[in-house]
Write a protein that binds this ligand. Sequence first.
Ligand SMILES: [Ca+2]
Length: 173
Amino acid sequence: MNRKKFLVITPIVALLCIAMFASLATPQAKAQVIPLNATYCISEDGYGPISGGYVGNPSNIVGTGPDNNWAQIYGGSAGEGGYIIGGMSASINSGSSITVYAKAASGYPNSALSVFVSPTLTGTYVLAGYVNVKSTSAVWYVFTAPEQCQYIYLAGGNTSAPTDIFIDSVLSM
Ligand SMILES: [Ca+2]
């Protein structure tokens, strides 16, 4: 699959998955201590709106840990959002954690974030999980890699509510 086709198809898949899973319970968020050898997001490899949303400062997901510089995924109406693709500094094993340090803007308590993964940038992305980002204080949201992977596709958007998510860091530890 070439890159152009991938970028068109994947946001549609993301919103479908959000619609399928939005009524389920959300993963538990917990605090994290970052180990020195944590795998981190080393590159921003693509971003864009989904159905009319907006993505700001996407490269702020890159870095060895939280630095208080945030990427934003915004959808002012239900069904709108955006996506950011990140490359990790090392391959993540199936079953390992993927942790996303994120918060919601005030007034957007149903901001939905879905995480997909792939071993290659242009490969097939598989859902790792989703969460409703409710807190305006940043929290580590913990997902589990469903397969060996190195690329992370962060899709923000909720088919039944507006979304405004800020993401600082993506790690595996
Ligand atoms: Ca950051």
